[in-house]
Design a protein around this ligand. Structure first.
Ligand SMILES: NC(=O)c1ccc[n+]([C@@H]2O[C@H](COP(=O)([O-])OP(=O)(O)OC[C@H]3O[C@@H](n4cnc5c(N)ncnc54)[C@H](O)[C@@H]3O)[C@@H](O)[C@H]2O)c1
Length: 256
């Protein structure tokens, strides 16, 4: 068990699936109670947390909506009375050719990924400040350091998250709150595998294997399990002096 986790409370957005779900399971195993926040049904994640012996609640919430986030925070605080950890995993990553990027699509992607990270973090900062302890972990993406096409709004949102992470860390350091980001590579999750393979690939498995072989030092496909050690470390006491950082967890794809 990581140091400093026992009986803490985490809000994890996007926790119904993929990376957020894996974070919920791992933090529960570390001794943390979890609010599973998602627009999709989070009951499977609630079961995973409970199976690890911790409390969980699912709250339906659209992180891009100020009203929805405010209502979610109220429900979380009613259930747990305080929140120590926020992991912002809710995100969308549609691949859209540049000429098809409408302003509405741009707003939708920035609104979910960047505005959502802002809204959910800010909802719990006052409580963390009052208690003098907090951990915020945001999700960036290795696409910000790679040559990829079709991701102009997405990459913009994910570098916005890096900027938000750095600036918020400067604000909150004096209050015992750290703010860091994790930057995964292409990872097998429902969100990543549900789209059709790119031209030249018969299946998504082929596309994933190609990315791993060509771009990563470690030549196997990334899974959410590869990311949980990072969130466990960054939210524990051992990482108390690390803030404003972005950790590449991508098999050695991006070097920054
Ligand atoms: N999978 C990858 O290859 C990869 C790589 C780099 C970064 N990421 C980032 O990791 C995070 C998690 O991605 P994933 O691969 O687990 O995706 P996923 O689609 O499997 O899970 C994302 C979850 O976010 C939820 N969500 C989407 N919009 C929401 C909203 N407005 N409000 C609340 N919940 C919402 C979805 O319902 C889903 O459960 C995302 O921020 C993504 O950008 C993923």
């Amino acid at each position: 068990m990581a140091k400093g986790h026992k009986d803490k409370v985490a809000v994890i957005t996007g926790a119904a699936n993929g990376i957020g779900q894996a974070f919920a399971k791992r933090l529960a195993e570390d001794g943390v109670d979890v609010a599973v926040v998602d627009i999709a049904d989070g009951s499977a994640t609630v079961k995973l947390v409970q199976a690890a012996g911790r409390q969980a609640i699912y709250i339906k919430c659209d992180v891009s909506s100020e009203e929805s986030v405010a209502a979610m925070a109220k429900q979380v605080n009613a259930k747990f009375s305080h929140v120590d950890i926020v992991a912002n995993c809710a995100g969308i990553f549609p691949q859209i050719p540049l000429e098809k990027v409408t302003y509405a699509e741009w707003r939708r992607i920035i609104g979910t990924n960047l505005d959502g990270t802002f809204l959910v973090s800010m909802a719990f900062v006052p409580g963390m400040k009052a208690r003098g302890w907090g951990r915020i972990v945001n999700l960036s993406s290795s696409t910000v350091g790679s040559v990829v096409t079709g991701f102009v709004p997405y990459v913009t949102s994910k570098l916005g998250i890096v900027g938000f992470t750095r600036a918020l860390a400067s604000e909150l350091g004096p209050f015992g709150i750290t703010v860091n980001a994790i930057q995964p590579g292409l990872t097998v999750t429902p969100g990543a595998t549900s789209r059709p393979p790119r031209a030249g690939f018969a299946t998504m498995d082929d596309e994933f294997a190609d990315v791993a072989n060509r771009f990563q030092a470690i030549k196997r496909v990334e899974t959410p399990a590869d990311l949980v050690g990072a969130v466990s470390f960054l939210t524990g006491d051992d990482a108390a002096f690390i803030t404003g950082q972005t950790l590449n967890v991508d098999g050695g794809r991006v070097r920054t």
